[in-house]
Design a protein around this ligand. Structure first.
Ligand code: FNR
Length: 190
C-alpha cells in the first residue's frame, strides 16, 4: 500500500499557486506516495469551549491526519507569515491537550510566492510551529519558490525544467525522510 501523505495548502483560492505546486508534486511522485489534500477552509476557528462537543469537521480533520503517514505543507506568505487558515488548522489538530494529531508525524514545508523572496518568512514561521508540535521536518532541499507565477503553462502544468528537477529531488528526500522517521509516530501518542 502506498504511503499516505496529507497535504495542507495555506490558500483557499481555487487558482492558488501553492495548490498548483502541490499538484505538480503529486504528478511527479512515484506510485509509492499518495497525496491527499485536506480541506482546511471548513474548519471553524479554534475555540476551546467547543471541545465538549467538537464540530464534526474538526473530528473528521483530526481523523484524516491520523490516517496519514506524513504531512506536506505548501503555503503562500501573508504579511511575512503563515496564512491564518493554515495556522488555524494546526491549532485544531493540536488539541485537546495530550491528543495532538501532529506529534512525531514526518513533515515537509514548501513556500511559494510570485515575489522574489519565495515566502521565506512564512516558511520559517511555519517551521517554528512544527517544532513546537514535535514534527520531524525535512530540512533539505529548502523550497522557497519565488516567481511561482512564471513556472506554469496556461493549462496549469509545470513548464520549468529546473523546478521539475528540484521537486523530484525533494520527493526523493521526503520519501527517505518518511521512512527514516516512520516507526515513532504511532508508538508515543502525545
Ligand atoms: C499577500 N502576498 C504576499 N506575498 C509575499 O511574497 N509576501 C507577503 O508577505 C505577502 N502578503 C500578502 C498578504 C495577503 C493578505 C495577500 C492576499 C497576499 C501575495 C501573495 O504571495 C499572492 O497573492 C499569492 O498568489 C497568494 O498565494 P496563492 O493563493 O496563489 O497560493
Amino acid at each position: 500500500t502506498p504511503c499516505k501523505i496529507a497535504v495542507l495548502i495555506g490558500s483557499l483560492r481555487q487558482a492558488s499557486w501553492s495548490r498548483r505546486v502541490s499538484h505538480a508534486i503529486a504528478a511527479l511522485a512515484p506510485p509509492s506516495l499518495q497525496f491527499d489534500e485536506l480541506d482546511i477552509g471548513q474548519l471553524a476557528f479554534y475555540n476551546e469551549d467547543s471541545e465538549a462537543k467538537p464540530p464534526p469537521e474538526w473530528v473528521r480533520f483530526r481523523e484524516q491526519v491520523r490516517a496519514s503517514q506524513a504531512v506536506l505543507f505548501v503555503t503562500p506568505e501573508y504579511n511575512r507569515s503563515v496564512p491564518a487558515v493554515l495556522k488555524n488548522a494546526l491549532d485544531v489538530g493540536s488539541r485537546p491537550y495530550g491528543h495532538s494529531v501532529w506529534a512525531h508525524r514526518p513533515a515537509a514545508v514548501i513556500s511559494a510566492s510570485p515575489g522574489a523572496v519565495g515566502g521565506f518568512g512564512a516558511h520559517h514561521h511555519l517551521r517554528q510551529v512544527l517544532t513546537a508540535l514535535d514534527m520531524p521536518t525535512l530540512a533539505h532541499p529548502e523550497l522557497y519558490i519565488g516567481g511561482v507565477h512564471r513556472l506554469f503553462d496556461e493549462a496549469g502544468a509545470l513548464n520549468n525544467d529546473d523546478t521539475r528537477t528540484l521537486l523530484q529531488r525533494f520527493l526523493d528526500r521526503f520519501e527517505a525522510w518518511i521512512e527514516a522517521n516512520a516507526p515513532r509516530h504511532n508508538a508515543e501518542p502525545h
